[in-house]
Each structure stands twice: as C-alpha cells, then as structure tokens.
Design a protein around this ligand. Structure first.
Ligand code: TYM
Length: 344
C-alpha cells in the first residue's frame, strides 16, 4: 500500500446534548491528537438529518457542538473545524461511493438496525446510507486516522472496504492519472483508552447515549456541579467493594464503567485507579469520582456557556474552517472525477 501523509478526521453529530461518552470516547482524544497530527474536526449536520429533525434545534445544536469542540481545547487556528453541509464535496463523494458500496455491506450495519427499530420500511434512505456519507467525510480528505468511540467500529470497517474497492475497481485509471497504486488510504480507526464505550449510569450493560429517556443515565457536558454530583451519587453499583485488579471488574459492568470513567478523566489506566481504590466502598469512590468529574468538566461548561452567548464567533469559526476544508476537498474531488471518467 502506498504511503499517505498522516491526517486525522473525525465528526460529531449535532443531535441533542453532548454527554460524557462523547467527551471521553471522542472529543478529549481529538484534543490530544492535535499535538501530533494535522486534524479536521467536523460537525456532521447532514448526518443529523437522517432521523426526523427540527430546523431551529439543528441550528442551535450545531453551534453547541462547535462550542464544545473549542471549550474542550480544539484549536481552530491550528486545525480545521467546520460543519459538513458547507462543503458540498462530502455529499458529492457520497454519491460516488453509493455506486461503489454493495447493498449487502449496508444490510449488515447494526447501527441502522438499532436506529430504524421495528418499522424499518419507514426509515429514511439517508439513515440507511449514513455509513456511506461517513466514508465520504473521511476519504474526501484522504484521512489516515480516525479517533472514534467503539460504536463506530463497524462504520470504519465499511469505510476501509469502500476505499479498497474503489482502489481495486479503478486501479488502471488511478495509475494512468499519476496517483500510483491507490488513490485512497485505508483509514485506521483509533479506538483507544479506558473509555471507548462509556455505559449508562443506570445500567452498565447499555451504552450511554443522547437518546436515553432517563436523565440520570448520562452526564451532559452542560450539567452543573450539583447535577454531576447527584448523577454520580445515584449511579447504579453492586454491593461489593472495588477489586484490586482489573480482572476483578469482569461481570461487574457498573463498577467497570465507573472505574473507566475515573481513569479517562484522570489520564490514567484502570490499573492505576484500582491501585488507589481497590478495597474501597463505592460511597468513597463515588465522592472522589464526583470531585474529579466536576474539576474536569466545570471549566468546559463555563466556556461553552460563554461561547453560547457569542454565536457570531462560533459561526465565524465554522465559515473559516469550511473554506480551508474546501481547499483540500475540491482538488481531491476533481481528481476523483478524472479517475472515474466524469468530464469536467
Ligand atoms: P456521534 O455523534 O454519535 O458520537 C460522536 C463520537 O462520540 C463517540 N461516542 C461514545 N464514545 C464512548 N462511549 C459512548 N457511550 C459514546 N457515545 C458516542 C462516538 O463513537 C463518536 O466517536 N457517525 C458518527 C459521526 C460521524 C463520523 C464521521 C465520525 C460522521 N462522519 C466520520 C468519524 C468520521 C456518530 O454518530 O457520532
């Protein structure tokens, strides 16, 4: 496989409240990647239309995710921050990939099955097509690394399959146009750290998600200190003290989840946390966890509130980011059109 310059791409949907899972599984890791890679971070508003949506809310949540990116420490000068719908090449490449991806591949996507529910006939075509647009998001920039939570693993595998099939199907044309043996890299999913799958605080077997009806199931990035403390205090646990070793967390999903959250917030490992809290009762551990969560999340919340009062600023960040994204996306799309034999 040809060598591609390293570039990071990832996205977050502007649907509802961002929660601790989005932060620890994704955004906190986006921040860390800035030290080593050029990064492109996208508010994927087109993806947010795959389920019924309310226009005024979409506008608000697009600004809110942008504010969260900035408040968490993403630097929009050093890197690119923009909203997907502003760069038409995402949708343009998604059509190309619709003609590359196979129906059978899409039929295997578990997230579609979950989101469509029982009434699958009534799901939007966009919801079915969601992972193809996601592949286009990544590959229009020929990104090589994609930090995501565990729930996006299957979508990343599909992205690699699409890239591979495009490279194979059009190999002769790719070479003839001077791109060597492959036009697209096979992007590497980066699913790392102690919190790749943060679970509900009410049920350690269910993923923490924006759509959980119980308010106590998730910690929102906009929760204040009292709400955070209360949610952690009420989090489901089991009656045993914490184990001294990671193996002791097996079959204890709630304990495993809280230890993972502590570790991720503290830039530590689960081993480190158990070294300190092994043998402790949950009451003591929960107090320490609440203090830590408040210490780490309060400054983010304050900055999000400050930015929410200044939508002109976040809008300007998105507009400028989109211009810089287009500078990469447009020539790539033109090259892809040439490879495909589309006259331009
Ligand atoms: P979204 O908006 O559902 O979630 C954004 C990021 O948060 C991660 N995440 C979690 N991580 C750990 N524990 C959880 N409970 C948890 N819940 C969510 C997600 O894995 C994700 O990384 N399809 C994507 C958005 C997208 C995208 C892309 C991502 C569109 N195009 C291209 C990467 C590259 C999504 O729905 O994310």
């Amino acid at each position: 496989m040809a060598k591609f310059p390293e570039r990071v791409f990832s996205g977050v949907q502007p649907t509802g409240n961002l929660h601790l899972g989005n932060y620890l599984g994704a955004i906190k890791r986006f921040v860390a990647m800035q030290a080593t890679h050029p990064c492109i971070y996208c508010v994927v508003d087109l993806h947010a239309m795959t389920l019924p949506h309310e226009p005024a809310q979409l506008q608000r949540t697009t600004r809110e995710v942008t504010a969260a990116f900035l408040a968490c420490g993403i630097d929009p000068k050093a890197n690119i921050v923009f909203n997907q719908s502003r760069v038409a090449e995402h949708a343009e490449l998604a059509w190309v990939f619709d003609c590359v991806a196979r129906l059978g591949w899409l039929n295997r996507m578990t997230q579609f099955k979950e989101k469509a529910g029982k009434d699958r006939e009534n799901a939007s075509i966009g919801l079915f097509n969601y992972p193809v647009l996601m592949a286009a998001d990544i590959l229009i920039y020929r990104a090589t690394h994609v930090p995501v939570g565990d729930d996006q693993k299957q979508h990343l595998e599909l992205t690699r399959d699409i890239a591979q099939k495009f490279n194979n199907d059009f190999a002769a044309s790719i070479a003839a146009h001077g791109h060597g043996e492959a036009y697209f890299p096979l992007p590497e999913p980066l699913i790392q750290g102690p919190a790749t799958r943060v679970m509900s605080l009410r049920d350690g077997t269910k993923k923490m998600s924006k759509s959980d009806p119980s308010e106590y199931a998730h910690i929102a990035l906009t929760d204040d200190a009292d709400a955070i403390a209360q949610k952690i205090r009420r989090a489901k646990t089991d009656p045993e003290p914490l184990p001294g070793e990671v193996e002791g967390l097996a079959r204890r999903p709630e304990a495993d989840n809280l230890v993972g959250i502590f570790a991720a917030l503290n830039d530590a490992t689960k081993e480190d946390v158990l070294k300190r809290f092994g043998g402790s009762q949950f009451s003591a551990f929960k107090t320490a966890l609440a203090d830590l969560a408040i210490e780490k999340l309060a400054p983010i919340r304050a900055e999000m509130l400050r930015l929410a009062a200044d939508p002109a600023f976040t809008d300007a960040v998105l507009a400028e980011g989109a211009e810089r994204a287009r500078v990469i996306a447009r020539p790539n799309m033109d090259a892809i059109k040439d490879i495909l034999g589309l006259v331009r």
